[in-house]
Design a protein around this ligand. Sequence first.
Ligand code: HAM
Length: 453
Amino acid sequence: MTAAKKATGKKAKKKTNVKKIKPLKCTSLPGVHDILPGEQSYWQQARKVLSDEAEEYGFGRIDVPIMESESLFRHVHGETSELYEKETYCFKNRSRDDVVLRSDFTPAIARAYTENGMVDLRKPIKLFTIGHAFRHERVQAGRCREFVQANYDIFGEQDPVLDAQVIQIAHRVLQKLGIKNIQFHVNSVGTRESRAHYRELLTAYFESRRTKLPSKYRDMIDTDPMRIFEATDDKTMQVCSGAPQAIDHLDKESRDHFKNLLEYLDELDLPYMIDPALDRGINYYTQTIFEVFVIDKDGTRHALGGGGRYNDLVESLGGEPTPAIGFAFGVDRLVAEMRRLKAKAYMPPEPRVYLAQIGDLAKKKSLRIFSDIESAGILVAESFGRGNLKEQMEQATKMKVDIVVIVGQKEALDGTVILKDMHTGTQETITSDKVVCSVKDALKKTVKVSKIK
Ligand code: HAM
């Protein structure tokens, strides 16, 4: 008697009283979601196009941690920024360290660049990453608390041709994903100096209209006047509409940079417009900023991605002065748009071989045969859970495979398998150690047969 039989053959002992587990009904948290198997073909297509494009443009992959020290994000985004103050997930871990879940990748990528001495690599250094980000936002369509971002960042080059190149990449990704009706909005916020000067102008402007602003914005006049532009109420928006615009107060270097960028964009014939009101709401940008929108039939627009230059960020983290430019797509939003447009989804390669088995011994042998065929790079389908040959053959026919490898009880004992050509119906018995060679040969022949047909 085998050990397994002995184990199952034992008489049941006296029943022990096991406490019944009370089921816990659990749902996902607000603003986070599962990506179910049925949705994966769009996700897979988006991920493939995003990373293929990165490869084509010479970006190397980087992965940064999901968790970072809270001081990094506070320093980079600024304590009073909306993104840090309201949306960043901060917590103390069990060692009482202050930790954040990354709200975007740029602080972490700049940290990784500085910490790992990438400054010594040949410039420009192009980095691509894709992964989850977290923001504690008010949940609504297209705005989740956990979402996926794909980031393209270039370090070590100040030339505006790279600003144009990242916009070109964004455009190509959208074209390849079949997303139409897109528009780029571009603007320049100038260097840190011209930004500081602009901030003074803005503070003076809002100060002179203090009484016209709702009280919640009055406090921001001195702390972060740019944030007032994020208001959505009519009263504040009206005050904002008369405010000075950054683009009218650029230093010469930023003006020239912007002018050159626009010339490149014209040359590329990209759908763009200058948007002096574009601010991005992120503190680290210098000079170029841009956003890409998809425009609905009714004219409403939704941001799919955005980015800009951040020439001071690496230095602010203790690195050498390093110009940088980058952008990120929100992948959930790309996928939502692809689904809305019924765009092309990823089609996995289809298996040309099906492995059928009858009986327990055959099932055991089949595990090895399956692995041998797969290891030879041949995609093979199976349904080990089913023992009925008719059902398995029906499934193989449905899958339109070329070859079925059948392991019956006799074959399992003899160390053979049957190879059935699904086009001609012919079959032959071979020894199981020849299965890989025979399947390869048979597949070659079936290509010829299907070509002749
Ligand atoms: P961002 O504009 O904050 O930029 O985010 C980029 C994109 O991420 C947005 O356009 C949007 O598609 C997506 N996104 C942002 N928040 C959410 C959300 N709550 N739910 C779903 N999607 C969202 C940045 O994050 C910059 N770090 C981009 C960058 C890279 N700049 C330079 N390099």
